[in-house]
Write a protein that binds this ligand. Structure first.
Ligand code: URA
Length: 277
């Protein structure tokens, strides 16, 4: 009897499978051959008499120190709150974020995707976190969701370059696009709140559930929140009318819900007309 062997998977199919599963990024610049590392390990030393081992240990150099890991904890969240308050301009805030070492997400992100569009625009939109394309470009919403967002904006007569200012709650791409942890979000919260305060838009739009939850302190799901005006209150007490709506990535997966987002965007257009007199 002959056994049929499975054909080798096509390498391109395999890579596509990895990319769809979120494994789309090499963490290091150079590949590391872990097998070679193991093979190169010295053979285990023969067992020594306890007193010899103790003497050797005393003389041994201290173990090498690993690079400091930005473990997210309450101390880092407090540091973020203090730093963000000190930024007097959006440029200062961006520089601060680029220096901030209190969020582990920065270790794996290629760059800080701080903002895009026009910081003087009356409309600001805030998403959740950068994906792969945004991480590479260093700007929010440049991938497929960003292209849909641009089409949604242009449907109400707004061009991103001059009519909208765009940011994310989290400015660093979580590895493999995983959901940011609550602590990572808490660490980033003061920065996005300050970014909104400094941009001082007339109207704010939250894109997706996580952004609505953070900026409106809401607990309901986005399908319940969307379409109703809420208020984002800045640290200095400025009240900004805010429209929670569906995330463009969600709309790409659920095109039947585009009509809901369209209604929300019409509301936004009407509010922008009203506030600009
Ligand atoms: N999704 C987001 O929430 N933000 C981006 O910048 C891109 C995709």
């Amino acid at each position: 009897m002959t056994h049929q062997t499975d054909p080798l998977p096509d390498l391109a199919d395999l890579l596509r499978f990895y990319a769809e599963a979120g494994v789309d990024d090499a963490i290091g610049e150079e590949p590391v051959d872990r097998f070679a590392e193991t093979a190169a390990q010295p053979a285990p030393a023969p067992a020594r008499r306890p007193e010899t081992a103790a003497r050797q240990e005393a003389a041994a150099p201290p173990p090498p120190t690993l690079p400091a890991l930005a473990v997210p904890d309450e101390a880092q969240a407090a540091k973020a709150r203090e730093m963000a308050r000190e930024a007097r301009t959006l440029d200062e805030l961006r520089e601060m974020l680029e220096r901030f070492d209190g969020c582990n997400l920065k270790l794996t992100a290629k760059q800080t995707a701080f903002s895009d569009g026009n910081p003087q625009a009356p409309l600001m939109l805030v998403g959740e976190a950068p994906g792969r394309d945004e991480d590479i470009a260093g700007r929010p919403f440049v991938g497929r969701s960003g292209q849909l967002l641009d089409r949604m904006l242009s449907a109400i007569g707004i061009a991103r370059a001059d009519g909208a200012y765009i940011a994310n709650v989290i400015p660093w791409r979580p590895p493999g696009n995983r959901t940011p942890t609550p602590l990572e979000t808490e660490i980033c919260r003061p920065f996005i709140e300050r970014q909104i305060e400094l941009a001082n838009p007339k109207v704010l739009v939250t894109l997706g559930g996580p952004s609505a939850k953070v900026l409106l302190h809401a607990t309901d799901g986005v399908l319940k929140l969307r379409g109703k005006w809420r208020t984002h209150v800045t640290a200095s007490g400025v009240e900004i009318p805010t429209m929670p709506t569906l995330h463009p990535a969600y709309l790409l997966r659920n095109p039947a819900h585009k009509k809901l987002a369209w209604r929300d965007f019409l509301e936004v257009a009407a509010k922008l007309d009203a506030v600009s007199g």
